[in-house]
Design a binder for this molecule. Structure first.
Ligand code: FAD
Length: 449
């Protein structure tokens, strides 16, 4: 019998899609770099089915590519052709919310937004949040160790996980659904799977840490004239105002482009930097703090949102959907020491514009987390493609001691540059861990390492 026959017999034929019945959404994540056709898409409903499917694929030596909501930006969920897609979309739902422990036990295929709403209905708060919340799944969030807009206050996805269940390449189910904040009983195995982008095991369930709801949030938009002032504002807001739950910076060109596309005029004047500052302090406290910053000329201007609509307007500029629509746009996700981000942006912009005059080069990001995004759209010459910019950007980054991935992961897109951010010893250890957990190399081959 062929592998496909075995999978159909074991999981039921409705769980196995092949040929023309494979929906196109399984061919590429949001990096739009996929397109190869897998042997089949398998959609299990239980952990036992996942275990059985992996055992069959491992015995047959056929590659397995796990997929969540396919909102990834690094090509991690893309099939390589002839492989088995393991879609987690039917393994969904909230198993339990434990209000005493302030935890949620959730299946991996649950969309992030569904989990957020369930936490909120229980009077608690799931701190993980990102723009793709409606489509991404918790298994994908944990596999990429997603960041998002609340990292400055609550940490990355990793910090929200207390327990995990994962299925290894040979079908072994490792259930470790710990609910305690403290548990130092040996190696913290869950950390192996978080951020591994599906190369070490399939995440099936997780116990997430919940928090008290942050209450009302005040949103302000500040205009500043130097990058040094941006960093000073960050530290003063954390030290003197408090309750900072978001601190997002945008460079002038990015704001101008998005405001024009959105027909918004937020603050008049030509300022080099813009910051969205969110705090759990009330409007009066934020206004008082910003008045002090205006007096000392730390900021040039500021606007405190008076309505949910006004706050949404600030965020719609930051989300920058219009820049995403530019031709051949490449989005970078780097991190580097906070104090050096301003200089890096200047040097990087100059180098890109010298090589591709007229290119759009936008900088923005979670500056409170040392995380900068860069969007580049250029007209490429013969023999070049949109990823010709990668080498240049990562080359400049190298001189600043930065990381090639702050939160989106490595996938296939950044794999050639991993050695820039990790030492030979670190890479050798990663390979040893991979070989120990997945000796036949069937789990998401060609991704990460
Ligand atoms: C509009 C938009 C905004 C975004 N904002 C952010 C942001 O602020 N911060 C951020 O970090 N990212 C952001 N992203 C990127 C993306 O949403 C995240 O990487 C997200 O965590 C991916 O989840 P997913 O379910 O879509 O995973 P997928 O794209 O399906 O998969 C991602 C990786 O995880 C693996 N995987 C998926 N599920 C499992 C599983 N159950 N077990 C093992 N491996 C698995 C896949 O093989 C792949 O390698 C954004 C994307 C978009 C489109």
């Amino acid at each position: 019998m062929s592998l496909l026959d075995d999978l159909r017999v074991t999981l039921g034929s409705v769980a196995v899609l092949a040929g023309d019945s494979i929906p196109p959404r399984h061919l590429s994540d949001r990096s739009a770099t996929g397109g190869r056709v897998p042997l089949a898409v398998v959609r299990p409903r239980t952990v036992a089915q996942i275990s059985a499917a992996l055992r069959l694929c491992n015995d047959a030596g056929v590659a397995v590519v796990p997929q969540g909501g396919m909102t990834g930006l690094a090509g991690g969920g893309n099939p390589s052709g002839g492989d088995i897609i393991l879609s987690l979309e039917l393994l969904r739902g909230i198993e339990e919310i434990d209000t005493a422990a302030a935890t949620m036990t959730v299946w991996a295929g649950t969309p992030l937004e569904v989990a957020q709403e369930a936490a909120s209905e229980a009077g608690l708060f799931l701190a993980l949040d990102l723009g793709a919340r409606g489509s991404c799944q918790l298994g994908g969030n944990l596999s990429t160790n997603a960041g998002g807009i609340r990292v400055i206050r609550y940490g990355m996805a990793r910090e929200q996980v207390l327990g995990l269940e994962a299925v290894l390449a040979d079908g072994t189910v490792v259930t470790s659904l710990n609910k305690m904040l403290k548990n130092n009983a040996g190696y913290d195995l869950k950390q192996l799977f978080i951020g591994a982008e599906g190369t070490l095991g399939i995440i099936t369930r997780a116990v997430l840490r919940l928090h008290p709801p942050p209450g009302a949030i005040t949103t302000a938009l500040c205009a500043l004239d130097t990058y040094e002032d941006v960093v000073r504002l960050l530290r003063q807001a954390q030290g003197n105002l408090g309750g900072v739950v978001a601190f997002e910076a945008m460079w002038r060109d990015y704001v101008a482009y998005n405001c024009e596309a959105l027909k918004l005029q937020l603050i008049s004047g030509d300022h080099r930097f813009w910051v969205i500052l969110e705090s759990t302090c009330d409007g009066a406290a934020v206004e008082g703090f910003l008045a002090g910053c205006l007096e000392t000329r730390l900021i040039a201007d500021a606007l405190v949102a008076q309505s949910h609509k006004e706050a949404r307007d600030f965020w719609s500029v930051r989300e920058g959907l219009s820049t995403e629509a530019l031709p051949n746009v490449v989005v970078f996700d780097v991190s580097l020491p906070t104090a050096r981000i301003g200089d890096f942006a200047e040097i990087c912009r100059a180098a890109l514009r010298q090589r591709w005059p007229g290119a759009y080069v936008f900088f923005y990001g979670h500056i409170g987390d040392s995380n900068l995004h860069i969007s580049v759209s250029a007209a490429y010459g013969p023999g070049e493609d949109m990823h010709s910019v990668d080498q240049l950007v990562y080359g400049v980054l190298k001189g600043f001691g930065g990381s090639i991935s702050a939160e989106h992961g490595i996938g296939t897109l950044k794999r050639p540059y991993l050695g820039q951010s990790r030492s030979p010893e670190e890479l050798a250890l990663m390979r040893k861990i991979k070989a120990a957990l997945d000796p036949k190399g069937i789990l998401n081959p060609g991704k990460v390492i």
